[in-house]
Design a protein. Structure first.
Length: 190
């Protein structure tokens, strides 16, 4: 009985996140963290940080990867499936409903204005997720340096409108971090 309650709670939490959060995975990060770390303690802040890195680096939407991980962590394979279904079902239902009435839907002035407001809310959610992650970066030269260089590179690339994959920045930052870790290990063993 406890397992069914746990699965129902996983589905319910991720269904609500999927239903009420617009803007994709980055906008959902702070909502997932609030629901899964702060309120329910399903995972720790450290696991959330690791989860965001892995979810960004693996194929698929970040929010779905987060739901799958949390579900697996809480209730194994069935939990992963239930949490993932909870996350994707609202989008599927909304897209299905909108596609049935798309021509008339976009002509409604109230809907058009609502989407303008949603854009602002999405920006705020993304900034909040970034603020939360930035707060937990270790206050050491290497992590702060990697962050500063990556941010500057991303802003410069965006400002100059260069066609450049952010994946290259992620891989470069990971490579520098691994290089420094190997140097430290080598220096500590001498």
């Amino acid at each position: 009985m406890k397992r069914n309650t746990e699965l129902l709670q996983l589905f319910s939490v991720f269904f609500r996140i999927g239903l009420f959060t617009f803007g994709g995975g980055y906008a959902m990060i702070s909502v997932v963290e609030d629901a899964c770390v702060d309120r329910r303690h399903w995972i720790t802040h450290e696991e959330m940080d690791d989860l965001v890195v892995v979810a960004e680096s693996t194929p698929g939407p970040i929010a779905i990867n987060c739901a799958t991980y949390v579900g697996a962590r809480c209730a194994g394979m069935l939990g992963a499936i239930i949490a993932t279904l909870g996350m994707i079902l609202p989008s599927f239902l909304v897209i299905f409903a909108v596609s049935r009435f798309l021509d008339r839907f976009l002509e409604i002035r109230l809907i058009a204005n609502a989407f303008r407001g949603v854009k602002l809310a999405v920006g705020i959610l993304i900034l909040d997720a970034g603020r939360r992650l930035l707060r937990r970066i270790p206050k050491k030269p290497l992590p702060l340096g990697i962050f500063a260089v990556s941010l500057a590179a991303a802003l410069l690339i965006n400002y100059l409108s260069l066609r450049f994959s952010s994946i290259v920045l992620l891989l470069a930052a990971a490579g520098v971090s691994l290089l420094f870790r190997a140097i430290r290990k080598g220096g500590g063993q001498s």
